[in-house]
Design a protein around this ligand. Sequence first.
Ligand code: PMP
Length: 399
Amino acid sequence: FETIPTAPPDSILGLTEAFKADANPEKINLGVGVYKDAQGRTPVLASVKEAEQRILAGQASKSYLPIDGAPEYAQQVRDMLFGDRHPLAASPRTRTVHTPGGTGALRVAGDLLHTQLPGATLWLSDPTWANHPAIFEAAGVATKTFPYFDKASNGLAFDAMLDALRKIPAGDAVLLHACCHNPTGVDPTPEQWRAIAKLLAERRLLPLVDFAYQGFGQGLDEDAAGLRAICDAVDELLICSSFSKNFGLYNERVGALTIVGATPDAAEAALSQVKVCVRRSYSNPPAHGAMIVTTILGDAGLQKQWQAELAAMRDRINGMRRLFAASLDKRRVALGGSDNSFITRQNGMFSFSGLNKQQVERLRSEYAIYIVGSGRISVAGMTEANMDRLCDAIAAVVK
Ligand code: PMP
């Protein structure tokens, strides 16, 4: 292998490795998007623990799952995406494939685009999650970008986004973050979603909705408003779900690819091709994590407990947003040009802070504070205990 060049470390997971190796006892990891509680831990949810006990007690076999996973899981995924009374939740136009995590869903979607729609370019928001272009490049799908983030307002570049979408050739695919946009935390309003959905339909573009944070923004149904607006407007789309964050099942690798087809036959054909892609890649999905999701969503008591745990995670993050903005205000540091109010308007785990590469580098080398080079801060890693140290350090590097 002496001819093989060494690859650079992953821009986000590589940061966690560097964090682990740092000997500073006051180090703070605001890199990777992993939820931490007020004590800085990432605990197993109590509802998940209870579900696991039930699964272990009742499990009779570890035989293979079907290529597309268990049907009960697929139904639970659809009920959560659309709401269980939505016509698409039980429609034969909608088919769901259980995948290893949201990343697995994105890769399988990429394989489908590459094999079945080979001329299509996939359009990504600028910026987007760093792994998006990488996943689709690996699958052989060409990508381009459309404007999304407006630096001046720290908000959505809505007009520029719509102008760009208007110019995309019919038949291309557009990746949209359903909520809690990674890395910016900036989401369209429900009204803006309706305008985006209308344009996707008029221009005959294929939406690929990445739904990695359902329940982390405003709530399970509120966060699905954009997806449901798109479903009202277009007749075909792909949805990639992840349960890594909302169930805290990061290392169980639980996700799904949902196909909505214009007709049941179209959905069935697309599903058959997805199954070919899966068989050639990882053959069939891992069972345990999906069984946890099915057990929780299939039991009224566990579902209620899980929803309360999800709400507690969401509320803690939103509390940290407010405290972060107030702590910066107190130090007369304005990351948003004039103030810090944009931080409390963003959704989900991340805040696009506006810190530049040099400032991020100084935070790491001088203060052992780890942030992704783009300035994306994981708000979920903030605690009351580390907030003052964090904001003092930011004040020092910004001034
Ligand atoms: N999409 C986005 C936007 C994400 O932020 C993530 C997780 N970082 C994923 C997909 C995939 O999540 P996972 O593979 O861990 O389920």
